[in-house]
Write a protein that binds this ligand. Structure first.
Ligand SMILES: Cc1cc2nc3c(=O)[nH]c(=O)nc-3n(C[C@H](O)[C@H](O)[C@H](O)COP(=O)(O)OP(=O)(O)OC[C@H]3O[C@@H](n4cnc5c(N)ncnc54)[C@H](O)[C@@H]3O)c2cc1C
Length: 439
């Protein structure tokens, strides 16, 4: 009898731990074929001239795929790497390796689900099944106390019901060994140049450099855990706030939110600390936006969102250029934009501040800001980005649970941390007052 080969199509799940598609494939198949595909769609230039994936995120992704290959080799396996259209690559590999089934994790954003549908249709023509798994959230979709269509739009209600009626599943057990078929051509990792992405310039002012991969994700988690007693005194001001810094790894799935949850729970228990930590609330926000994307899809990409498109300034082209180049004259906003451009990362506080400033003060269409973040952020994730932007712009599906940046806050309470401004804003640009944040 011929061997059963299952192809595991890695996308935003670049890890071995708590990876159901991998563990299930190992359990059910004689041989597993791990594959990662660089899809040119994600490296194209948008019509406005921006790149779909900026330099910092593209490098992080390459490091993460390289890390996955290395870790799989430690399990006796090999990662096949290709560049091309997933529908073509997967059908060709399925034919070459006599694959009987393909496993992947289901995504929620329209671009990603469209790729899955094309792959599914192409495989179907070969009488092959694309099996969908759910694995990107802390709470499993099937364990929610409501079907997706009935998920409360209000975050507060969502949180209350989920915390009362659901539990987080245990992480799946990682395989001990992975058997792969004889691989003829595993393929080279492309370079940034191959993908058409410029090399990022590492700015000496950046205190933290994010390096992709599951191994570095676990290190980052452990350094967060080691600082936990202090992290629990979470400060209000984002610039000083003790956050985990895990978002780039969570975005490409080098670590799962469920693993983060359980490691935090166990650490708290072992160290007799309070049984809850701010990270659990943040991960719930992440889940919420993903479930909302599943429920509402395309609505998150429209200027009007769930209401009416906000008024925009007549000169929004000019204002948008000033904002993205950190030339608005508002020191905190400009410093944050310089930091974003130089590193691909800014804190949640800074994201809220610059998004509020763009949409409320400058009255620029929020979708321009969201598209700019899509290019620049090292941790870009469609649901988290577009969901948060719609929220800040006031066109999200929940206008009540706004725990966000207080747009009406007096300007002298806006973070005036001069160290931050001195670091990120060239001295000649220290002009003007703090931004006047208005409703
Ligand atoms: C306008 C705007 C755009 C954003 N775009 C993104 C994005 O593209 N990708 C992204 O991961 N986060 C996004 N966020 C959310 C948040 O700013 C980042 O997740 C956070 O700054 C990451 O830092 P951390 O890992 O230290 O977070 P922590 O505070 O340690 O939180 C742990 C994890 O929870 C998740 N999380 C935290 N806050 C949020 C939130 N508000 N919404 C959704 N998930 C959250 C992240 O995965 C994060 O790593 C955005 C926020 C705003 C206001």
């Amino acid at each position: 009898m011929s061997e059963k080969v299952i192809l595991v199509w890695f996308r935003n799940d670049l890890r071995i731990h708590d990876n159901e598609i991998l563990s299930e494939a190992v359990r059910r198949a004689d041989k597993v074929l791990p594959v990662y595909i660089f899809d040119p769609f994600y490296f194209k230039t948008n019509i406005n001239g921006s790149q779909k994936t900026g330099s910092f995120r593209a490098r992080f992704l390459l490091e993460s795929v390289a890390g996955l290959r290395q870790n799989l080799q430690g399990f006796g396996a090999e990662l096949i790497i290709r560049t091309g259209d997933p529908a073509e690559v997967l059908t060709q590999l399925a034919d070459e390796y006599k694959v009987s089934e393909v496993y992947h994790h289901r995504e929620v954003a329209p671009d990603e689900t469209a790729v899955s549908e094309r792959v599914e249709a192409a495989l179907w023509k070969m009488k092959l099944n694309l099996k969908h798994f759910i694995g990107h959230t802390m709470y499993h979709k099937e364990d929610l106390p409501f079907p997706i269509k009935d998920i409360p739009d209000s975050f507060v209600t969502f949180k209350k019901k989920v915390e009362r009626d659901s539990t987080v599943r245990p992480s799946v057990i990682s395989p001990d060994h992975i058997s792969v078929p004889e691989i003829i051509d595993a393929g080279e990792l492309p370079t940034l140049a191959d993908l058409g992405v410029p090399e990022p310039l590492d700015d000496t002012r950046a205190t933290e450099k994010f390096v992709g991969g599951e191994t570095t994700a676990l290190k980052q988690l452990h350094s967060y855990l080691n600082g936990l007693p202090n992290n629990q005194v979470k400060q209000v001001r984002g610039a000083q706030c003790n956050s985990s810094g895990l978002s780039p790894w969570l975005a490409v799935g080098c670590i799962s939110p469920r693993q983060v949850y359980w490691e935090v729970v166990n650490y708290l228990k072992d160290h007799h600390l309070s049984n809850t930590d701010p990270i659990m609330l943040e991960l719930l926000w992440r889940d919420y936006f993903r479930f909302m994307f599943k429920k509402h899809g395309q609505k998150y990409f429209r200027s009007e969102g769930f209401g009416d498109a906000p008024d925009t300034a007549d000169n929004q082209d000019e204002l948008f250029e000033q904002w993205k180049n950190g030339q608005t004259g508002a020191p905190y906003i400009d410093a944050a934009m310089h930091q974003l451009n130089a590193t691909g990362y800014i804190t949640n506080y800074s994201r809220q501040a610059v998004a509020t400033y763009l949409t409320k003060d400058l009255q620029v269409d929020w979708t321009r800001g969201a598209l700019y973040f899509e290019e620049k952020l090292i941790d870009y994730s469609p649901a988290s980005n577009w969901g948060n932007w719609a929220f800040v712009a006031g066109v999200g599906n929940d206008t009540k649970s706004n725990r966000f940046f207080n747009a009406a806050k007096p300007t002298d309470q806006l973070d005036t941390n001069s160290d931050f401004i001195n670091i990120w804003l060239p001295a000649s640009k220290h002009i003007g007052e703090q931004p006047v944040i208005s409703q």
